[in-house]
Design a binder for this molecule. Structure first.
Ligand code: NAD
Length: 366
């Protein structure tokens, strides 16, 4: 199979971690007989330095021409970098908003997985972390409170602010379909999270999700109120497979879920549109504080590449191979500095490696 991938190395540690993900992809391609065609484009600060803007129309066209986009991260030190002296629409992050809009990316996927070998980093009770968890938070990305009408007015001498939360049934249906499709590739369970005891938008959400569920009799659906879900994520995260939710609830719950894994350098993410196309990137930022030192953890980006194979190319076996290789290097006690155990006795049993070596170790184990 020919895989056309546009890469956005971006800023900070972005180029380092994308290089390692490409190394692993090439290893997968060699083993399974695929051809990988990559093209790099500039975005964020790297594009500002060359073109004066964070994303050009040519770069968008290159992204659209590919089957999927693999991104490192964009942005610099927000207090010292000259990029942040520019007006907001010219700063690095506006490139990200622009590409999400141009590619119509409405579904955000963030897996939160606790690896046995990193269970010590989990801030939850020992019996909870020992049970482990592997969930996928699926967040609607282009509707709801963040995109509704807003205003601040003065009434009777007092300021009054209003935000509106609107969802149409089509917006709910398309993300629900994605959620159920993804559950079919996992453990066949969807937990739809809403606040249907209070909000009309949530009642519509629940109704439409129920309608979509009729086409997926092999997937179990449950509903959960968002406040309960926030509690369950710390009490019993192992119960979740796919959590399907709207924009703001998903924003908050996905950060909560990633914190309970305890390891920011391990967390992948994807943003999808209504075709197989997706943009895949680590959940973390560009870490300008460690850029260029060969100490960044490339695993989140490598696992994002695995998601790309699974969701944009339906190459499940190849994605499994990457995930297994990541587990294997952890089992062999290789660690980048961010995932070293805090305990010095345990740390002394680990083999500390840099970004490049971690990428090579994973590529070799494919
Ligand atoms: P960050 O995630 O870049 O860094 C937070 C901390 O985690 C830092 O100490 C960093 O060294 C560490 N860290 C992050 N990724 C790591 C990795 N792979 N390996 C080892 N350590 C890692 O968050 P921040 O410092 O708040 O933001 C830095 C820049 O990244 C900002 O310009 C921000 O706007 C940008 N950002 C971009 C994206 C994106 O491109 N999608 C997302 C978040 C932040």
């Amino acid at each position: 199979m020919e895989l056309k991938i546009t890469c956005i190395p971006g800023d900070g540690i972005g180029p380092e971690i994308v290089t390692e993900a490409k190394k692993v992809l090439n290893s997968v391609a060699a083993k399974y007989g695929h051809t990988i065609l990559t093209k790099d484009i500039l975005m964020g600060g790297a594009s500002i330095d060359v073109h004066g803007i964070p994303l050009t129309d040519e770069a968008i066209a290159d992204a659209k021409a590919a089957d999927a986009v693999l991104m490192g991260s964009i942005g610099g030190n927000t207090t010292t970098s000259p990029w942040y002296k520019l007006s907001p629409e010219k700063r690095p992050e506006s490139g990200l908003l622009k590409i999400r809009k141009a590619l119509n990316l409405f579904a955000n996927l963030r897996p939160a997985v606790l690896y046995d070998e990193l269970a010590d980093a989990c801030p939850l009770k020992k019996e909870t972390s020992e049970a482990g968890f592997d969930m996928m938070i699926m967040r609607e990305l282009t509707g709801g409170l963040y995109f509704g009408e807003r205003k601040t007015v003065t009434e009777n001498g007092k300021r009054v602010a209003t935000d509106t939360l609107t969802y149409s049934e089509d917006e709910i249906r398309r993300i629900a379909v994605k959620g159920f499709d993804i559950a079919r590739k996992r453990r066949h369970k969807v937990t739809s999270v809403d606040k249907a005891n209070v909000l009309d938008s949530s009642r519509l959400w629940r109704n439409v999700v129920e309608e979509v569920a009729k086409d997926y009799s092999d997937v179990t659906l449950e509903h959960m109120l968002v406040d309960n879900c926030a509690m369950q994520l710390v009490k019993d995260p192992g119960q979740f497979d796919v959590i399907l939710t709207e924009n703001m609830f998903g924003d908050i719950l996905s950060d909560e879920a990633s914190m309970v894994t305890g390891s920011i350098g391990m967390l992948a993410s994807a943003s999808l549109n209504d075709t197989k196309f997706g943009l895949y990137e680590p959940s973390h930022g560009s870490a300008p504080d460690i850029a260029g030192q060969d100490i960044a953890n490339p695993i989140a980006t490598i696992l994002s590449a695995a998601m790309m194979l699974r969701y944009s190319f339906d190459l499940d076996k190849e994605a499994d191979a990457i995930e297994a290789a990541v587990k294997q290097v952890l089992k062999e006690n290789y660690r980048t500095v961010d995932i070293m155990p805090q305990d010095s006795a345990k740390a002394s049993q680990m083999k500390k490696v840099g970004c490049r070596e971690m990428g090579s170790l994973i590529a070799e184990r494919i």
